[in-house]
Design a binder for this molecule. Sequence first.
Ligand code: ATP
Length: 881
Amino acid sequence: MRWYHLKTEEVEQKLGVNPKQGMTLQEADNRRKRFGANVLEDEKHTSLWLVFLKQFQDFMVLILLAATLVSGLLGEYIDAIAIMVIVLINGLIGFFQEQKAEKSLAKLKELSAPLAHVKREGQWMKIPSKEVVAGDIIKISSGDRVPADIRLSKVSSLEMEESALTGESLPVAKHALPLQQEHLEAQDQKNMVFMGTLASRGSGEGIVVGTGMNTAMGQIASLLVKTDHMATPLEKKLAELGKLLIIIALLLTLFVVLVGVYQGHPLYQMFLAGVSLAVAAIPEGLPAIVTVALSLGVQRMIKRKAIVRKLSAVETLGSASVICSDKTGTMTENQMTVKEIYTPSAAFSVTGEGYDTKGSFFQGGQEIVPDNLKAMLLYGALCNHASLEQKKGRWLVDGDPTEGAILVAARKAGITTAETNQFKIIKEIPFDSDRKRMTVLVEDKNKNRFAITKGAPDVLLSRTTFLVDHERRAMKANDQKQIEQAINRMAGNALRTIAIGIKAVPSGAVPDDFFLEKDLTFLGITGMIDPPRKEVKTAIAECRSAGIKTVMITGDHSITAQAIAKDLNLMPKDGQVLEGHQLSNMTEEQLSNMIEDVYVFARVTPEHKLKIVKAFQRKGHIVAMTGDGVNDAPAIKASDIGISMGNSGTDVAKEASSLVLLDDNFATIKSAIKEGRNIYENIRKFIRYLLASNVGEILVMLFAMLLALPLPLIPVQILWVNLVTDGLPAMALGLDQAEQDVMKRKPRSPKEGIFSRGLGFKIVSRGLMIGLVTLAAFVTAYQGDPDQLRYAQTVAFTTLVMAQLIHVFDCRSEKSVFSRNPFQNLYLVAAVISSVLLLLVVLYFEPLQEVFHTTDLQFKDWTFILALAAIPTVLFGFTKK
Ligand code: ATP
């Protein structure tokens, strides 16, 4: 269908939609059922069977299976079956872990899926893009990723970046007129926008004509590259480490086997023991547990309203040393209320709270709404994209809160939509943070045309030659001075200021942008309050004690910014404020030389943000940078942790970011950093636990062989330890609570290795002790008497298991086991209890005694075993090393 040929009315008719009402919910539902969801089809999923089988492809596991088969053939049925069952359970656990990781990654993807702005049942609403159907009326604004193929019906300076589809990276200007040509390629269909492309400027409205695979993007979907889960730096490091550990484990095992054979143990027996040991000692599950720990942490972050888009961000978060945060909406409520209005003839105070339209204007204590004030507010309401609506008795703003506040003030002055509707918008130059202003060309009912510009007062003043006090007249130097004083006074009271100016235009003319915005007539300034969010002050203080500097970045006036920074206690006494124009005149190097002293960047444009990120990075900082607009994307990308806003952010900013704040709140960044630090610490905890356990297992075997003793542990016992003791408790460590001082430590250096901060020593020392106490238990029980072997092996096995289950509590702290309440992590308590119960079953349940070669233990055995098993943990609890 060549939609670009048709007039929009024809498109609407063909698709059966009333553009004023949009689709009904019922009809939208029907169409979605009939034509399917608006998604590009994924390529086939790997079958579950393959994922399951993959768990057994590990080389050592294969050898173990082969060895077991041999022992089965040699008549050791029970052993063979037991080993097979354990390997199978191990595989199942790996399988479920992988599934869980996969599922939570998919859930993440869903959460950060884009929304579309559609009209349904006469109301504008945001719905998940996949629910869009053909016939939907849809709005596109700068920064949006287009959810479907759309025939435009209205545009306002709309420019699209279509490189995803056409390869062309320069923006393409769009219009809404029908095109005559017979056949046009996508890049020439100027009245269409396509799924997956980006609005880089302006806005537009249109009708959805194609969804899902039935779009231009759908036709090439099979060519799109799939983005896989990229391994995070830690996962990569662990994969490397894993390889090294395999070699070490294999060498040690080989050594154990050789020594054993040399000491006269039968080759076959040593081989099976060796392979079991190798399987147990190789931490093959580590990467999967790390992924699970990361993604579980990510789910905890979602509860705190932070969505991680890239798993690697979880690690980087823990290293963040600077947070560069937008002021408006992130540190402040973004609930604007006009409190003061300045006009050259008088200043007014405005009463009323929030968006409630009750309120009045006072001049010197007297309630008054003079004509020039009313006119200025009418113009403010015309140069405006927001809308005001009453829902359940409450007034709400749809759109930019700054503009909403002006609408509310206009309402207070008695201006209604009936009045604003009498004007026609002929042209619009949209607001963006670089220009700091917005202009519309309007026509009244008498066909008189004029332009209205509203924007940052200093920007407007530089384009103003006239003003209205009692009448319109030329602006003089003294006027300029007075206005500047008024701006500074408002800003000093933490008010955000917006000036409004107009310019007459000959009727019928549509002059160029430059003309419209020069020689303006100044009408006045609105000063609005945007109170700081309550929780931000404590969040900034917490970050400071965590060694993280907070920096405020804003397009607002520097005096407003400073007033708010003071409220938030963000800046030390000697802290500096830097303005956009100063930044522009500095090289990156000059900036980085002074940047440590700067706490507020005011009057900046998004372009400056990139320079700020780079200057901090030059100083070795790990930088978190927030942003919401299209122009923020480069800085978000360049930062170490790009953060975007879930509510107010554009799709472009979200896609560039690795963290999305669902509530746009600075305090959420702090929570995410805390969680990020905790996840990393938890990963360290279970690495420490697993490796120390493995060291213990290998050493007890090695020492026994060197001392010409019999095997202290038989293969099934070793595999059982690997499955039960190393499995659940390690997972539970991944869910551990943060240590109390986690936000009192300095940020972790990103160069730091896994074993740094004493972790290597802890692993080796605890592992060695676990090995030694197990050996001591074995030797004491064995006493050189072959009849005692089974009993001694049971004692050694139980000692090893208990030593590990006690040691797991030591792993919860970087300091000492005594510094934490062991019952705090209930998952861990439950995991340890279930491991102990499983141990008791293996020890006392007769059929399993046969399988695991165990015997009943008496009370005195238990006191002896527990005393020995506690030694490694208690001993090191006192040394605090
Ligand atoms: P932040 O970077 O913290 O979000 P900000 O929101 O103040 O700061 P911008 O949105 O870039 O920064 O706004 C810069 C300036 O432009 C504001 O101080 C204000 O004077 C003006 N301004 C903001 N919004 C509008 C708007 N919708 N129309 C006209 N001018 C605006």
